[in-house]
Design a protein around this ligand. Structure first.
Ligand SMILES: *[C@@H]1O[C@H](CO)[C@@H](O)[C@H](O)[C@H]1NC(C)=O
Ligand SMILES: *[C@@H]1O[C@H](CO)[C@@H](O)[C@H](O)[C@H]1NC(C)=O
Length: 314
């Protein structure tokens, strides 16, 4: 299912509503009825979002390295109709047209992701920096700003450099924490004078579960029982490390924000009078959203996760 939708999303600009960056924005001051009848509060910001692999194309152009999605989608039988993102929306070439479309839609925010292997072909900063890749994102960011569109930049929307997967086992390996930090730091250094909104990871649940446990997303591994937990653990640490790098090295100069994009399904008790159902619904939420949110907000995994799977060793 997920794969089938993945590659067909390309022409759909996902309409996202982002709260303005103004930190003093207070929802409670808005009129209750202000969302009714096609109106939005004046402080509401309109945006659209995309990801590199799903829109850029140019998968092997201008020095870009391969990502795990390039390799995965080229394996026959993995993607609906054996489709690939090789060309996708040609966003790498058409970003100027895309920005004109954003202007037509009167968007003032655009969320996109940087392809890690486009700027670091092997994923490792000390190996090689691909300046052509950097130039692409420079042009994109500059044109957005010239058009009064605020860039919201995701650092990792699932396209891990293939070399890191092959040599180290990708997110199974804690060495990803430092590789990701070097990559994030490079992005802060090169783009952070203009980008003030950073998202480290998009939907880490999918990366961990669908990539390393179920195997229906890249890298397609079925490491049942432990794969997702190890991947998630390293992703959470990578987020934290990059956040602190920004905080220590860049925040005072660049004055931006670093966050993460978590997604979740929602679990309801079948019978709201049944304690076991209530606990099951809560457990579902903890294993989906709490898994990532609890460490970020309180520094540890949810208690119920520790009780159920705490004996696993990392
Ligand atoms: C996709 O590739 C698989 C494996 O080679 C093949 O069985 C299948 O028919 C292909 N599907 C299409 C739509 O070409
Ligand atoms: C992580 O990568 C290093 C270096 O290649 C390797 O020695 C180690 O076994 C890897 N660890 C795991 C858990 O794959």
């Amino acid at each position: 299912m997920a794969q089938q939708t993945l590659l067909s999303l390309c022409h759909v600009l996902v309409l996202a509503l982002c709260v303005s960056a103004a930190e003093d924005f207070d929802w409670t001051k808005n009129e209750k009825g202000s969302f009714h009848y096609g109106t939005f509060p004046t402080v509401f910001s309109w945006g659209a979002g995309s990801s590199a692999y799903q829109t850029e194309g140019a998968w092997d152009k201008d020095g870009k390295g391969m990502s795990i999605w390039d390799v995965f989608s080229h394996k026959r039988g993995k993607i609906h109709l054996n489709d690939t993102g090789d060309s996708s929306c040609e966003g790498y070439y058409k970003f100027k047209d895309d920005i004109l479309l954003m202007k037509d839609l009167k968007l003032n925010h655009y969320r996109f992701s940087i392809s890690w292997p486009r700027i670091l072909p092997t994923g490792i900063k000390s190996d090689k920096i691909n300046e052509k890749g950097i130039q692409h994102y420079d042009s994109l960011i500059n044109m957005l700003l010239e058009n009064q569109i605020t860039p919201i930049v995701t650092l990792y929307h699932w396209d891990l450099p293939q070399v890191l997967q092959e040599k180290y086992g990708g997110w199974q390996n804690s060495s990803m924490v430092n590789f990701f930090d070097d990559y994030a730091n490079l992005c802060f250094e090169r783009f952070g004078n203009r980008v003030k909104h950073w998202i480290t990871f998009n939907n880490p649940w999918s990366i961990a579960v669908e990539g390393y446990e179920m195997g229906d997303h890249a890298p397609g591994l079925k490491l049942k029982g432990t794969g997702a937990y190890k991947a998630a653990h390293n992703i959470i640490k990578a987020h934290a490390k990059a956040w602190h790098t920004y905080d220590i090295q860049w925040r005072s100069k660049q004055k931006g924000m670093v966050g993460i994009s978590l997604s979740t399904d929602w679990g309801e008790p079948v019978d709201i009078t049944n304690q076991r159902d209530i606990e099951a619904a809560d457990r579902y939420m903890q294993f989906y959203l709490g898994w990532f949110a609890a460490p970020l907000f309180s520094g540890d995994y949810p208690q119920v996760m520790k009780e159920y799977i705490g004996k696993l060793q990392y």
